[in-house]
Design a protein around this ligand. Structure first.
Ligand code: FUC
Length: 793
């Protein structure tokens, strides 16, 4: 599958500048096609004469420890203030006030639960390559720019004379750790200026005939950075101040390695290498790549990239590979398109979510994908292009496991684990829970995070405070085990995180009227400050639920299990209000009277998606109430919030509603390069879409696999391959006339499989079927075996 265009990037009409839309970003975010190996990101415009390629390196961040900030402590305020009080003193006062029913006073005092802004920093753009092609009479006729999603290769073809084509091939290799730019033009007609520019005026640039080095230390925090370029050509190279001039070539290859001295080792966050050592390490990488050669690098890259991409696919009856992406999108937006065109675009955006995962998050990376994955063209990106944990980072990893890309979640697990040590500082400073002498009594972090252990609650309570960000991201972490059944990882890494967090929240919960409450609470990013709310109680329920499941799988001591069960039972997150809605706050009566009626966050429904608090088999009344809440919030929202709505309606089981949300998303939330926008471009929405479509076709959160639980009428025929259900079952299935046609289950870890579909009763070929009370076929599986299933009637 590919995204492709027959015309070069158009200069786009700039959206009006606003704090959310600096003018510099708007053309970039709508035009480029992205490439990446998890650490190095390239985004290319593909212009005919004035090609521009934006460079990114995932760890190039300002902020954090620095000589300029000798007291850097993750934004936490550790000292007493002018009133002689610590943050923990305020925390205690707030809780007492709430318990005395002085909510207004308590709410006001919550403004003291903040950190400082200094040292937050931002994700930086590494720089821009300008490739000005001087020779040839290129025209836009027969131009083609094409990003192959299976192989991660961007090809640009520009006819420039009769029967002669200029070709460009770009990719970023994970196995060889280099970005590769390849240019070819017959008749030795390649003649170009190749130059580097960045927003820093202190880069050290050294150019020779076959190499270029850019290095320096960021002014803000001294982080060392380096890019090494290796050039290879049959033409003549003349070095210039910040690049080269190339003449009379038929081929020009650029091999590029980039890195910083960032390491996720609290509190220094540096590898300890010198800039010379960093440059030498990268030089070696470039030399090795050059020795391997363009063709061998390309083959190794394709094999690596496609080994992940080909693990899963979804076809909805589109498959029109010959229609350019901009044409498909334009027609979809106008509503003037036939079903096959629409399905093609839906399939493409689906595959793109997987592509962006593989390009932005690979095993071995130190950091997970951020708000824009790894791509960014400015030094002042919106929200610092950070790791946002009141939905965004979680959403980045929603489709990972279920679309068969579990290894791509490794950086997420690593990142969360690395936040535990700095997080203990926040737990002590703000909530009085200390971990002394290697104890693990709890770590705390909130909405916004950086690579440098930023664990304070932001610098404004109204968006910053969110202790259950920890519980929420730990659900993504626990899902790693649910989908892979990797018991060693559960035992050694995942369970210790869950247990420490469970211990922490247990110490914090306050009992009132038989319910254990988190205090103070705030539902992102609206409404009053309260004692308990559905957002926090649901995520804590999820944490204790996941901890208990892990304990049962590992066979830990039964007393601890009983203890955690008792806590779980007293969390009681869900209540139904007088409009029949799921209440977001426990004092809410009628829907819409508190908070913003159409707010984009669906925080009170997180137990429905991504959690498993809502069980449609046991408590259909909560599903009914969730519908009331969802209808109240409305179907029009921004980027990621559309993704969340698609996923949530899929869990309700309403495929037609989910498809109508997808249509709205294409109308208002997708640029021509298929980046999802909030605005600005925010990658979470791309991932939310891919997760949502998967949830429409397959779900597995209620202890059984459901095939086609929310199939829209328009998706009457299709097939899915390689989707993964919890329990590590790989599913291949097809449907026709809204009915399941073929289904096979491959068991990667063995164990009991429970599976059902709305199309009818399932049976195993050649065996008498056994069903449970939900109508699921139940059968024992053997690791490595594939089972063919069929409908009985
Ligand atoms: C959350 C959202 C905002 C934005 C930001 C990055 O706080 O509420 O809309 O997406 O993350």
């Amino acid at each position: 599958m590919r995204i492709f265009y027959k015309t070069p990037t158009k200069r786009l009409k700039k959206r009006p500048a606003s704090p959310l839309n600096p003018p510099k970003t708007s053309n970039w975010e709508q035009s480029v096609l992205p490439l990446g190996n998890g650490t190095i990101g390239l985004s290319a415009y593909g212009d005919i004469r004035k090609e521009k390629i934006v460079l990114n390196c995932k760890s190039l961040w300002t902020g954090g420890p620095s000589k300029k900030r000798p007291n850097y402590a993750g934004g936490n305020i550790l000292e007493k203030d002018e009133n002689g009080k610590t943050r923990y003193d305020y925390f205690k006062e707030i809780r007492t006030l709430f318990q005395e029913d002085k909510s207004e006073e308590a709410g006001k005092l919550c403004d003291k639960l903040v950190g400082i802004e200094d040292g937050y920093g931002a994700y930086q753009c590494f720089g821009v390559l300008r490739v000005h092609l001087k020779n040839g009479l290129q025209t836009a006729a027969d131009y083609e720019r094409s990003l192959d999603l299976d192989t991660g290769v961007l090809d640009i073809q520009i006819p420039f004379q009769k029967d002669a084509i200029e070709k460009r091939t770009y990719f970023v290799s994970h196995p060889d750790k280099v970005a590769v730019l390849h240019y070819e033009k017959p008749h030795n007609a390649l003649h170009l200026d190749f130059s580097f520019a960045s927003g820093r005026n202190y880069d050290k640039i050294t150019v020779t005939k076959d190499s270029m080095t850019i290095s320096g230390a960021l002014e803000d925090n001294g982080l060392l950075y380096c890019a090494q370029f290796g050039f290879e050509t049959d033409g003549t190279i003349t070095p210039t101040e910040n690049g080269i001039e190339l003449k009379h070539a038929s081929v020009f290859n650029v091999y590029l390695a980039m890195d910083t001295d960032y390491m996720d080792n609290y509190p220094v966050y540096r590898t300890g290498e010198s800039v010379e050592a960093l440059a030498a390490r990268l030089k070696e990488t470039v030399e090795a790549a050059k020795a391997k050669g363009f063709m061998a690098l390309l083959e190794a890259h394709k094999a690596d990239f496609s080994s992940l991409m080909r693990t899963a696919s979804v076809s909805l009856g589109g498959g029109m590979d010959d229609v350019p992406t901009d044409v498909l999108l334009k027609a979809y937006k106008k509503g003037k398109t036939d079903r096959r065109h629409k399905r093609t675009l839906e399939e493409l955006l689906y595959a793109y979510g997987r592509y962006l995962t593989v390009a932005s998050s690979r095993s071995g990376d130190l950091l997970p994908s951020n708000l824009q994955g790894i791509w960014n063209c400015t030094d002042k990106p919106i929200w610092a292009s950070d790791f946002h944990l009141n939905i965004n980072l979680q959403m980045n990893y929603w489709p990972t496991y279920m679309t068969n890309l579990a290894p791509c979640a490794d950086p997420l697990l690593r990142y969360v684990d690395a936040l535990r040590v700095p997080g203990r500082l926040s737990a002590e400073a703000y909530t009085g829970i200390a971990s002394k002498d290697g104890e693990e009594n709890g770590f705390l972090f909130h909405t916004q995070n950086t690579p440098f252990g930023w664990t304070c609650p932001g610098w404004d309570f109204s968006w910053g405070w969110s202790p259950v960000a920890v519980a929420w991201i730990l659900h993504n972490v626990y899902e790693y085990y649910e989908y892979t059944k990797d018991e060693a990882l559960l035992q050694n890494k995942i369970y210790p995180m869950l247990l420490e967090s469970a211990r922490y929240f247990e110490a914090l919960l306050v009992e009132k009227d038989g319910r254990l409450l988190s205090v103070p609470c705030f539902s992102p990013e609206h409404g009053p400050r309260t004692m308990g709310n559905t957002y926090e109680q649901s995520l804590l329920w999820q944490l204790f639920h996941d901890t208990l499941e892990a304990e049962e799988a590992l066979g830990v001591d039964t007393e601890l299990i009983a203890h955690h069960k008792a806590i779980l039972e007293k969390l009681s997150p869900l209540e139904i209000g007088s409009s029949g809605q799921i209440k977001e706050w426990y004092h809410e009566a009628e829907l819409g009277k508190i908070g913003e009626k159409h707010h984009r966050h669906l925080s009170h429904l997180l137990g429905l998606y991504p959690g498993n608090l809502f069980d449609k088999f046991e408590h259909p009344e909560y599903i009914k109430a969730a519908k009331v809440s969802l209808n109240g919030r409305g179907d029009k929202s921004t980027g990621w919030a559309m993704g969340q709505r698609i996923c949530t309606w899929a869990r309700i089981g309403d495929g037609n509603r989910a498809l109508s949300l997808i249509e709205t998303l294409f109308q208002n939330g997708i640029y021509v390069n298929l980046f999802d926008f909030h605005p600005p471009f925010q990658i979470d929405g791309n991932f939310g879409y891919t997760a949502g479509v998967t949830e429409m076709l397959m779900q597995s959160h209620l202890g059984c696999i459901e095939i086609l639980p929310a199939l829209p009428t328009e998706w009457a025929k299709g097939e899915a391959h390689g989707l993964v259900a919890r329990g590590n079952f790989v599913l291949d299935f097809s449907w026709n006339d809204d009915t399941l046609e073929t289904l096979s289950v491959t068991s990667r870890s063995g164990g009991i499989c429970r599976i059902r579909t709305n199309s009818g009763k399932l049976a195993l070929d050649g065996t008498a079927p056994q069903y449970d009370e939900r109508g699921c076929l139940v059968f024992e599986t053997e690791k490595g075996k594939t089972y063919a299933l069929h409908l009985t009637d």
